[in-house]
Write a protein of this length. Sequence first.
Length: 57
Amino acid sequence: MESLYLLIPVSVVLVFLIGAVFWWTLKSGQFEDLEGPAWRILMDDDRPRPETTEKQE
Protein backbone atom coordinates (compact mmCIF):
# COMPACT_ATOMS: atom_id res chain seq x y z
CA MET A 1 0.00 0.00 0.00
CA GLU A 2 2.87 2.36 0.75
CA SER A 3 4.18 1.96 -2.78
CA LEU A 4 0.99 3.58 -4.11
CA TYR A 5 1.93 6.80 -2.34
CA LEU A 6 4.95 6.94 -4.64
CA LEU A 7 3.57 5.37 -7.82
CA ILE A 8 0.44 7.52 -8.18
CA PRO A 9 2.24 10.91 -8.09
CA VAL A 10 4.99 9.59 -10.37
CA SER A 11 2.41 8.37 -12.90
CA VAL A 12 0.55 11.70 -12.80
CA VAL A 13 3.79 13.60 -13.41
CA LEU A 14 4.63 11.21 -16.25
CA VAL A 15 1.22 11.76 -17.88
CA PHE A 16 1.67 15.54 -17.74
CA LEU A 17 5.20 15.24 -19.13
CA ILE A 18 4.04 13.09 -22.04
CA GLY A 19 1.16 15.50 -22.69
CA ALA A 20 3.54 18.47 -22.71
CA VAL A 21 5.90 16.76 -25.17
CA PHE A 22 2.97 15.83 -27.42
CA TRP A 23 1.64 19.40 -27.31
CA TRP A 24 5.11 20.73 -28.18
CA THR A 25 5.35 18.40 -31.21
CA LEU A 26 1.95 19.57 -32.42
CA LYS A 27 2.91 23.24 -32.12
CA SER A 28 6.31 22.75 -33.78
CA GLY A 29 4.77 21.16 -36.90
CA GLN A 30 6.00 17.58 -36.54
CA PHE A 31 2.72 16.17 -37.84
CA GLU A 32 2.11 18.59 -40.71
CA ASP A 33 3.14 16.35 -43.63
CA LEU A 34 2.54 12.67 -42.88
CA GLU A 35 2.47 11.43 -46.49
CA GLY A 36 5.42 13.35 -47.96
CA PRO A 37 8.23 11.09 -46.70
CA ALA A 38 6.38 7.98 -47.89
CA TRP A 39 5.99 9.41 -51.39
CA ARG A 40 9.65 10.49 -51.52
CA ILE A 41 10.70 6.87 -51.00
CA LEU A 42 8.61 5.77 -53.98
CA MET A 43 9.81 8.48 -56.38
CA ASP A 44 12.14 7.05 -58.99
CA ASP A 45 15.19 9.22 -59.46
CA ASP A 46 17.38 7.86 -62.26
CA ARG A 47 19.58 10.92 -62.49
CA PRO A 48 23.12 10.43 -61.24
CA ARG A 49 24.12 12.32 -58.14
CA PRO A 50 26.25 15.40 -58.81
CA GLU A 51 29.94 15.03 -58.08
CA THR A 52 31.24 17.11 -55.21
CA THR A 53 34.41 19.11 -55.68
CA GLU A 54 35.40 18.90 -52.01
CA LYS A 55 38.31 16.72 -51.09
CA GLN A 56 37.46 13.86 -48.81
CA GLU A 57 39.97 13.14 -46.11
